[in-house]
Design a protein around this ligand. Sequence first.
Ligand code: NAD
Length: 500
Amino acid sequence: MDTSSTRLSLPSEPRAFGFFVDGAFVPAGPREVFERRSPGHDVPVTRIPKCTTGDLDMAVDAARAAFDDRRWSGLGGQARAAVLLKAGALIRERAEEIAYFETLENGKPISQARGEVAGCADMFDYASGLARSLHGDSFNNLGDGMLGLVTREPVGVVGIITPWNFPFLILCERVPYVLASGCTIVAKPSEVTSATTLILAEILTEAGLPDGCMNVVTGSGSTIGQALIEHPKVDMLSFTGSTAVGRRVVEAAGRTNFKKLGLELGGKNPQIVFADADLDDAADGVAFGIAFNTGQCCVSGSRLIVERPVADAFAQKVRDKLSRAVVGDPLDEATQIGAITTDAQNATILSYIEKGQAEGARLICGGTALDFGRGQYIAPTVFGDVTADMAIAREEIFGPVLTVMPFDTVEEAIAMANDTDYGLAASVWTKNIDKALMVTRRVQAGRFWVNTTLAGGPELPLGGFKQSGWGREAGMYGVEEYTQVKSVHVEIGKRTPWIA
Ligand code: NAD
């Protein structure tokens, strides 16, 4: 890798990974191997084993043993915090390698991947503090003869299934919090973006995490993912991905051991822009909100709901912004919009663009694939004349496709924002504090931004309303998700006898 130029070079050969069980890599050996080609260049970049269900059992047994003998949960918060802090430091040491593989497998711009990796190290720093501050409650108001305690106990073995759009970031919004709680982990990354999850397992072992506490199995969702969600020895599952697979997770939990679930699913997120907003700032935010990560972002602001008097002019501003975004080679440091991650996603986005035109929406910009000689790229696309019943306005496209719909009143804007099965995220742009707060309180979304978008960090919880999911990740809320509370009544002195 040549880090001195502004464009990193491609690897001379794909890097072969093993999967990770009980503190060590297990080489692929006789197993089938999945060769990942970089979506920005169409060259092989990694080789990942296709684990068998026997491999999964081995990983779950390791996590089970590590949890049941209390080698991790039995430690004090200080000892757990030390491991998490060290892991954060090691992520920083290996940041360039992690960002490189994230970009190669996912197709996101290298500058963006670097930013995400820095944010991930910070997640570990923050969660280390939570390992020490996680605590229960006490009731000394039950009379002199009784003391009530509420303790927080780690849930146990946690399965973590992640998607391909932010492989390392989404993982790190979960792993440090799960470990802070005292649970152990079996992670299954998306089959197309497994490398950085495997690197994290190695880092955690080097940081001093006891063997068996972090295991990674690789392979397809339909085999290994399905077996993980059905596994009777897994106590909780944190699933991040599509609403369709989320439904399967719920069914599998009901059919098997009623494992506790955390679900982070899809979104169709409104961006409400009032005429009194700083429209240049808002246009930049709306362009960022739809084109960041090529729109392959669960919280992307894909539905622009804009006050009618400024609607046309504002759509032009967004178009002007997008026309100046640098689309191209993800390994080029100047690139702002990279490649589409999978062939299937590329086809899905293009089919929605066709559908939008067939339904009568007006193409304001984009609407085509971009040809850079290799890889797959789509121009940021904006549709006007969109009506609420169109598929492009209702369904999650998961690509750089923005729909524009005008509104006349605050009530109408709120109703339009809530007219969706999803409730993941929303933004409002206005200089009027009353309007900002009214909209913030009434739009149903787990994450809300006022005069900004896609802001985040380790402190605030993440999660969705409605069909966007259950539970919360990150922040103190995120650690608490991986605990269950136990109530304890302690008799002080002699108990009043039942039979005299
Ligand atoms: P996906 O649901 O197809 O896959 C997600 C993960 O589930 C992958 O690891 C996949 O291998 C696995 N999987 C697939 N089938 C499975 C099965 N039957 N049993 C168990 N696991 C299975 O989603 P994707 O295409 O990777 O990601 C895109 C989707 O993820 C979008 O809908 C997006 O909104 C959502 N997403 C949500 C969030 C959030 O925080 N809410 C974040 C990122 C992505």
